[in-house]
Write a protein that binds this ligand. Structure first.
Ligand code: ACO
Length: 403
């Protein structure tokens, strides 16, 4: 590892690294990825153990504070998060200003940014107590923000948070409960939802997290930084891939069409890519994809959905792609988004809700990284340089002398 800052200070180095493929932008103690091994650790704990033995709010605590909580610490944290789940009532008017057919991510990015107007006490980042409150507010309110974007888009009344339900069950209740009918959250679906949150909680310096850190480096307030991260997440090469993946699986439709799509993905003249395949860091199985695949089987079984054609296409596509030398040579494996859409669809979410659910889950990662960056006394404003490829110096030409 070369510390470019020292060489730069001597005035004799300039690195050009589009896409930051080999540039570290920060030191971090939160998440470790070994892309060759296919390993993901949060504060040292492997993701498969966290997904099977822990739960989302405990993982939030771990990411934020560095250690697993004691029972008393967990109870206190859960109480704090539960107390902050309501949104300012005025925010309901803010939602109503959007078109009903807006993509829920468009609404969410707007609402998250607007939180700095509703909770302006937490915009004072010089006060550690306010920084802590902003953290709790974001984790607590995201399920409400996302569920309300969903309710608004389908023309149903907003459902207020319920403090007697756990984090995932409360989210499902706010999404699927309607005043006219009794709705009871299935504990198995709540567990599957919680696992999806856990698997997406953090992933070191991905594009959206780097966006949060860059925005925060200017001293921007936490809500503005997280809104910037969410806007970045929405892109199809990042968090938008789960929606794009399910749409692709549906478009393929039947297993006999798979070879045609694999051939397209390999064709250099066709921009088509297999969605849910490939990763900048993982050059082996994404450990989250393995858990997600098991979860897909569990959820579909529970719901009595057997022979789901999308799941069949996904499994067969995975099998054929992994046997194909193109994917082996380029080390392209299924990523976390490959199976998550199948679970979310089975739960009753439309594809437009997939990226919002990712944003909800990732909020803790963003805010943990934001918190870590602010606590580093050496942090400075992010300001990448460029390799200029335009015109060299030239004199201005009067209009009558042009052409
Ligand atoms: N299908 C077919 N070919 C692919 C795919 C794919 N999904 N992904 C990469 N390749 C090929 C590229 O064409 C390229 O080929 P080349 O060397 O012949 O030019 C090579 O593999 C390397 O691809 P890059 O785009 O340079 O790799 P990068 O690390 O920049 O991209 C990315 C990673 C964006 C995830 C890419 O694999 C992709 O577009 N995947 C599909 C979208 C997706 O699933 N995104 C979710 C990512 S995970 C997440 O955000 C949670």
């Amino acid at each position: 590892v070369i510390d470019i800052r020292k060489l730069y200070a001597q005035g004799d180095v300039f690195t050009h690294d589009p896409g930051f493929t080999s540039t570290s932008a920060c030191e971090s103690t939160i998440t470790f990825i070994d892309g060759d091994k296919g390993e993901l650790l949060h504060r040292g704990y492997p993701i498969d153990q966290l997904a099977s033995k822990s739960h989302y709010l405990e993982v939030c605590y771990l990411l934020l504070y560095g250690e697993l909580p004691t029972a008393a610490e967990m109870e206190k944290f859960e109480n704090t998060i539960t107390r902050h789940t309501m949104l300012h009532e005025q925010m309901t008017y803010f939602y109503r200003g959007f078109r009903r057919d807006a993509h829920p991510m468009a609404i969410i990015v707007g609402v998250m940014g607007a939180m700095s107007a509703f909770y302006h006490d937490s915009t004072d980042i010089s006060d550690p107590r306010q920084r802590e409150i902003a953290t709790h507010r974001l984790i607590a309110k995201m399920p409400t923000i996302v569920a309300w974007a969903f309710k608004y888009s389908i023309g149903q009344p907003f459902v207020y948070p319920r403090n007697d339900l756990d984090y995932a069950a409360n989210f499902l209740n706010m999404c699927f409960s309607v005043p006219a009918e009794d709705y009871e959250v299935s504990p198995v679906l709540a567990r599957a939802m919680d696992r999806i949150f856990t698997l997406h909680a953090d992933h070191e310096q991905n594009a959206s997290t780097s966006t949060v850190r860059l925005a925060s480096s200017s001293g921007a307030n936490p809500f503005a930084c997280i809104a910037a991260g969410a806007a970045c997440l929405w892109g199809p090469a990042h968090g938008g891939a789960n929606q794009a993946c399910l749409e692709m699986l549906r478009e393929i439709g039947t297993v006999d069409k798979i070879p045609e799509y694999i051939a397209r993905a390999k064709d250099k003249d066709d921009p088509f890519r297999l969605m849910g395949f490939g990763h900048r860091v993982y050059k082996n199985f994404d450990p989250r994809a393995k858990v997600m695949k098991e979860s897909a089987d569990e959820v579909l079984d529970l719901l009595g959905i057997h022979d789901n054609p999308t799941l069949q296409v996904a499994k067969e596509l995975e099998r054929q792609a992994l046997e194909d030398p193109y994917f082996a040579e380029k080390k392209l494996f299924p990523n976390v988004d490959f199976y998550s859409g199948i679970i979310l669809e089975a739960m009753g979410f439309p594809t437009s809700m997939f990226t919002p659910i990712f944003a909800l889950s990732r909020t803790v990662g963003w805010i943990s990284q934001w918190k870590e960056q602010l606590s580093d006394p050496a942090h400075k404003i992010g300001r990448p340089r460029q390799l200029y490829t335009g015109h060299p110096f030239r004199d201005y030409v009067e209009v009558e002398n042009r052409g």
